[in-house]
Design a protein around this ligand. Structure first.
Ligand SMILES: Nc1nc2c(c(=O)[nH]1)N[C@H]1C(S)=C(S)[C@@H](COP(=O)(O)O)O[C@H]1N2
Ligand SMILES: [Mo]
Length: 314
């Protein structure tokens, strides 16, 4: 066996501190899960990286359905900046440096400004939101997010009357994200909501899950979650939110407008051109289950689409 001096080892083979911290975070989270079996989330202690975000109240907007496991939520992901395989993000996303971090809020608002991540953590009381999540590809999960309503952030910058949409820009860092060196999508990953959707109480900025700091593969340090829409609307690792007049050309709609619409409301009556959207596979279950209109959030969100043809505005 060849024993090399440290100077001979290329930087790519040295375990970076980030990876070490991430593993520690994972172990802390695993320990947290054991504790969670016996204790409510609020009772868990702070544990360093992957730290506990408590005490948390559980939002009444939560579903009472059973959550997927921490393992499922953090090992089966879509995050194309780190590869197109479902296991790629868990393996590769440690490369993303999530501190320091800033989110710029720009465009059509009276008080555009930049928020540091520590400030965002304190902007509003963090709460647990257990949401059903439905991926456009036909799988679903239930995820106990930790976050705060996006509206809280928007109110701070005072959107102007002509602001009709919010565009969400994900980080685009070729040095840390192997996927953005490939022309898979038009980087940076760009998503958007109509402003009334962005202000809806169900739309949150998530900074954690399972009571802990968000793992990188789930979009650390801050990502969008809009549970009545297909999962791709929830941009990860957001660096800018821009208030604009016109509907943004979002990454998936741009790559394939016939397949991925801007609205992307979960809709079992509008099939994807290549597959049916009538049913879904909940990760961990064997039998497919019916997909619900607006992912089961009709009572709360259907009013926003009154009079719209959801088959053409898909
Ligand atoms: N920046 C960025 N955000 C993204 C994606 C991505 O590839 N890049 N994938 C989307 C898709 S298709 C889904 S289903 C969800 C998955 O989120 P999760 O891995 O936290 O469950 O993230 C969305 N947000
Ligand atoms: Mo997705």
């Amino acid at each position: 066996m060849l024993i090399r001096r440290p100077a001979d080892i290329p930087p790519s083979e040295i375990t970076p501190e980030a990876a070490y911290l991430d593993r520690r975070g994972f172990m802390a989270a695993a320990a947290g899960l054991l504790a969670a079996a016996a204790l409510p989330l609020q009772a868990k202690e702070t544990q360093g990286p992957g730290a506990n975000l408590g005490p948390l109240t559980k939002s009444p907007l939560s579903t009472s359905e059973a959550s997927n496991s921490y393992q499922q939520v953090t090992q089966y992901n879509n995050y194309y900046e780190f590869g197109t395989g479902k296991e790629d993000p868990a393996r590769e996303a440690w490369r993303l440096k999530t501190r320091p971090w800033e989110v710029k809020v720009t465009g059509l608002c009276a008080k555009p400004r930049t928020f540091g991540i520590e400030e965002l953590l304190k902007l509003a009381p963090l709460e647990e939101r257990v949401y059903r999540m439905r991926c456009v590809e036909g799988w679903s999960m239930v995820i106990p997010w930790v976050g705060f309503p996006l509206k809280v952030l928007l109110d701070k910058v005072e959107p102007l009357g002509n602001a009709r949409f919010a565009a969400f820009f994900s980080a685009d860092r070729p040095d840390q994200m192997p996927g953005v060196r490939l022309p898979i999508l038009d980087w940076p990953y760009l998503e958007g909501l109509r402003l009334d959707e962005a202000r809806h109480p169900l739309a949150i900025l998530a900074m954690g899950l399972y009571g802990q700091i968000l793992p990188n593969q789930n979009g650390a340090p801050i990502r969008l979650v809009a549970p009545w829409k297909y999962g791709f609307k929830g941009g990860k690792s957001i660096v800018e939110i821009r208030l604009v007049k016109d509907q943004p050309w979002t990454s998936w709609a741009k790559s394939s407008p016939g397949e991925y619409g801007f609205y992307a409301n979960v809709n079992p009556h509008h099939d994807h051109p290549r597959w049916s959207q009538k049913t879904e596979r909940r990760i961990g279950e064997l039998l497919r289950r019916p997909t619900l209109m607006f992912n089961g959030y009709s009572d709360q969100v259907a009013g926003m689409y009154a009079g719209m043809n959801l088959d053409t505005s898909f």
